[in-house]
Design a protein. Sequence first.
Lengths: 316, 446
Amino acid sequence: MIFAVVSLSAIGLISAVVLYLIAQKFKVVEDPRIGTVEESLPAANCGGCGFAGCRNFAEALVKKADDEKSLEGLNCPVGGAEVMKKVAAVLELEAVETEPMIAVVRCQGSYNNAPSKVRYEGAATCAFAHNLYAGTSGCAYGCLGLGDCVAACIFDAIHMDPETGLPVVNDKCTACGACVKACPRNIIELRFKGKKDRRIYVGCVNKEKGGPARKNCTVACIGCGKCVEACAYEAITLVDNLAYIDFVKCRLCRKCAPVCPTDAILEINFPLKKDKEAEPAGGKKATVETSTDSSPADADKKAPAEGDGLIISENK
Amino acid sequence: MCALKTFRNGGVHPPENKLSVTSAIEVFPVPRQAVIPVNQNLGAPATPLVNKGEAVKVGQLIAKGESFISSNVHSSVSGKVLKIDEMIDQTGFRKKAIVISVDGDEWDPSIDRSPMLKKEITLSKEDIVKKIHEMGIVGLGGATFPSHVKLMVPEGKKPEYLIINGVECEPYLTADHRLMLEKTAEIIVGVRILMKGLGVEKAIIGIENNKPDAIRKMAEAASEYPQILVQGLKVKYPQGGEKQLINALLGREVPSGKLPIEVGCLVNNVGTAFAVYEAVQKNKPLIERIVTVTGKTIARPSNYLVRIGTPVQELLLSAQADLDRTGKVVSGGPMMGKALNSLEVPVVKGTSGVLLFAEEHSSRIQLRACIRCGRCVGVCPMGLEPVLLAQYSARSMWDNAESNLIMDCMECGSCHYTCPSGRPLLDYIRMGKNKVGQNIRNRGKK
């Protein structure tokens, strides 16, 4: 009996010593702040910050804080300013203010604006359809409407609108950029969310000349350059027949949108302009719809009736 | 002629529907305006040599293929260059093309237009390859790979057989069949030119057994030359794939990721052999080709000799197509062809046929869940597992797709054709091939 107690205690003691020594030898020293920082992060592991997950981001934050004593350039798009403030508090640094961003869909090729000329019934993924053909409307730059962006979003922030066939971003968007990467046509862009959610951007990415672009879509940017002239802040550039509004330079003055002849420039969440004529005051939507119903361009499109109803797919 | 041969793995046998087989080749009138894309071959586009407003003759070189895998483009009509602009191609994307407004039909005087058969081959081996390069000949079977590149055998490889593809395994298409019937002697001369250009002693012409008249005629014409053998083949799709054809004729298997030259073979289409004859013997560039215009909604299924650049719409009008009942217009055959986005697209070097489907036949069958029946695996002529590759692609598992040899897929569509659940297997595999191909190229750069 005593023999058993002694021998077991001896084994226990020796094991404890061995384990202790091994633990000392292979000890990984970890900054306890990494854990604390990680706890204040949203744990979405979305990769929007540019790191593989929240843990990696926390490590990068602590490293940067130690090395450079600043958090500049590192931002959690999901948590935004609030989370970054918490992180800064843990690391005893000033938080760097970053403008909140949101994904915007730069295409207005809805069923109304860009009527379908062909039918597509291949695999329901934009990545494949983009390699196969230009698109149901004929626009080789516009939204294919098969929802790769919706599938890529882990925040339930982007959905297809069944009425227009275009994706719509809601306020759950954290600007992680997953949809931007998923879109094979680079239609989605991350832009400043803007004060009171107000944004102005060109809702078109078509680089064709005006004529061909308009033939497929009534609200295509035709590269006329009127908005470039109207802009007082040099925020608009015209490259390859396509206007682009730099969201850093843009002051949301709204001078560009009224001069656009095709209503390609979108104003989001602005109050109606009082002094403007009654007709466009109804907002973009009203203008767009009337122009589609009666526009001669639309009638032209219907003319090659043979083109209607062709199916794009390989065959059986 | 001995017993019928065929390839070992997989294959399907869709209904043949060769509606236009009895229609002799008709010369299609010159169009009013020709749209000639500068990239009509697999590889790099050619650089335009003409300017807006310049007058061109039939057969004049208008765009030069400057990089290694690229081919020359010649004017198929005479007239004035209207513009050099981005024009809609078969997929609906805009690609650079030379638009020529036609005025008369004035040919380049160096082209021999007499119908007389010229049998003696006077050019040397090197000159033949040079001539084929100059005349812009590409593989007319559909892949449009520049023929001169094919004939330049890499160092250390020895070609043994020239294989001529007269299989035409695609349903509906009859362009090669009619060509073999009507231009038999010319094709045989073309085959001899290719043999000389390649430096091989043996040639085999493979023809599927659903064209007994073509087999008979070709064998008769080839009987003069003991080194040319005509071989009948069992009807099975995709026998016209070059790896399948080599397997069927010689029992050899081309290793994964390698070219047929690895097993001492080189495959060319009968259409290419005819184009080579015209280029070498008659000094005529590739400016026209035979196009089958067919389908159940066409009153007059036809085989036309069409100038490159003719709009597809004109072919359909002439063949009396009922466009109201048509649901889908396909360029090429029903298995590998691509549906057209617009009827304004021109006939190019690779257009083997224009096929119309009636509205009721133009939709895919209803999509259902995969029932793991394994039919796609059974019919894959390359011995791949289409169901697996499609799943990997759909889930973005590119490395797995690559290690399961997705790049060996030749997109014949047998898997999709045979799937009882209508799974878009080939769509996903194509997407995967695209992505995996990109990955491989990027790796090469590093």
